[in-house]
Design a protein around this ligand. Sequence first.
Ligand code: UDP
Ligand code: MG
Length: 318
Amino acid sequence: MDISVIVPLFNEEESLPELAAWIKKVMDENSFSYEIIMVDDGSKDKSWQVIESLQQENSNIKGIKFRRNYGKSAALYCGFDLAKGDVIITMDADLQDSPDEIPELYRMIKEEGYDLVSGWKKKRRDPILTKNLPSKFYNWTVRRMSGIKLHDMNCGLKAYRKNVIKSIEVYGEMHRYIPVLAKWAGYNNIGEKVVVHSERKYGVTKFGIERFIRGPLDLLSVMFISRFVKRPMHFFGILGILMIIIGLAAAIWLGVEKIIQLQNGIVGNLITNSPYFYIALTAMIIGAQFFLGGFLGELVSRSSTDRNKYQIDETTFE
Ligand code: UDP
Ligand code: MG
């Protein structure tokens, strides 16, 4: 099979028939063999009934229905799991992403050798203040932190080589950082294509202001996990050593100060009156806690099932 199109959707009943027909038209024109995986993320409207009836007309449409709303990442994860195409395209259900981009995305993966091609909504048709500006800032931050030169990290329209999606695990709200996950899994050939973006035709956006809090927190998790998941002690240990050094320095200074005072005949000046006493105390306690965190982290990562999971590209073993 050439292409799997994965469509995560939540309450998008009005858009689905148009979307399915449009994708079918593009696929037929280019004579691709394909499947459309519609993942109903616990919709409360008639989306699932719509999917079932669309399936009657087009057997390339497949559906998954969640019992409740788990989020876009969960929907993508399940879609990725079942996808059979050589190239996997993800696309929002709300008709903001255009299926007409599919052939070119497919070609970039197949012929230009990209592992992942992300859409770039250069002319974005969304509210300026709540979406476009925050998104510019967000993309700039992620570019700086991850070193991936994408203008539009979180574009719903993306294309992947099959082994990329089979080797990453999207969870939580990580759908915003799939290129980071891909890079971390060893896929460095990440490209970008300017795509047409339209205004939302039906329904409303499913991501409110909570994304301003969740997004940055997830970025921190991604960066932390990608660096330290297999060696937590390297993170906590460095902080621990730092704190212990500060504590020791303060303690030594306390002693030196005392000796100087004694030599100058100052007696009875309590060590606990010095600010360095409290610095030494807190720094050492915190330092010990960091080490404890590090050791616990090591224990956790030691018993993790994928502690020895690596992406092996090729071997010459039989
Ligand atoms: N979506 C989903 N589960 C959710 C929220 C959103 O599957 O919990 C889908 C939604 O139906 C749409 C896509 O994710 O197909 C992008 O959502 P939306 O268009 O609301 O985001 P925006 O374009 O406003 O950023
Ligand atoms: Mg949208």
